[in-house]
Design a protein around this ligand. Structure first.
Ligand SMILES: [Zn+2]
Length: 185
């Protein structure tokens, strides 16, 4: 797998080569991928409560939307990675409040099973999110006008470099033509 730096101009719709970002096969379309960069320590704040986590998450995250070319097999590659964290937190919160409906007269309240279930779901979600950060296409670094992706197909990088070289060559040709025939205005 390879790394690639994409500028904010390149991540827009229809700019990247029609080559799957994940596996290098011919892309069938593009997936809107919200690439987020959040420091790992942020996820551990979940164990202190949802509010400290939410504040740190909002303050520390950077985000860039990539119109990612994908084959039919990798159409959902980014989707479930994006939704895993909110889905895990929602499931944990539902588990915590579910005794209100299922076992309203439990003593102590909330019952132990609800507390254990909530912590297990949060731990599972944090583990899965951290594991996903090490696999598949993920953010290596991010600035205001560029994103570096890791886990990208080497074939995609080759196709991108071919397109960049071609663009440079055509711009050079255009400049040379322009220099020879200056506008009459
Ligand atoms: Zn693919």
């Amino acid at each position: 797998m390879a790394r690639v730096m994409l500028s904010s101009e390149e991540v827009g719709p229809g700019v990247l080569p029609p080559c799957c970002l994940v596996c290098g096969a011919k892309a069938e379309g593009a997936a809107r991928a919200s690439m987020r960069s959040v420091p790992v320590w942020c996820y551990f704040l979940l164990f202190l409560g949802f509010l400290p986590f939410a504040i740190a998450y909002v303050l520390s995250r950077q985000e860039i939307t990539v119109s990612a070319p994908v084959c039919s097999r990798h159409r959902s590659h980014f989707l479930w990675r994006q939704w895993l964290l909110p889905a895990g937190i929602l499931a944990a919160l539902l588990t915590l409040v579910s005794p209100v409906v299922i076992q309203p007269d439990a003593r102590p309240f909330p019952p132990t099973w609800a507390l254990i279930g909530t912590v297990a779901l949060l731990a599972g979600t944090v583990t899965a999110v951290i594991w996903l950060r090490q696999t598949g296409v993920r953010v290596a670094s991010m600035s205001r006008d560029a994103v570096e992706l890791d886990g990208v197909s080497p074939d995609f990088v080759s196709a991108l470099e071919l397109g960049r070289a071609d663009y440079k060559r055509r711009m050079q040709e255009w400049l040379e033509r322009h220099d020879r025939a200056p506008s009459s205005r």
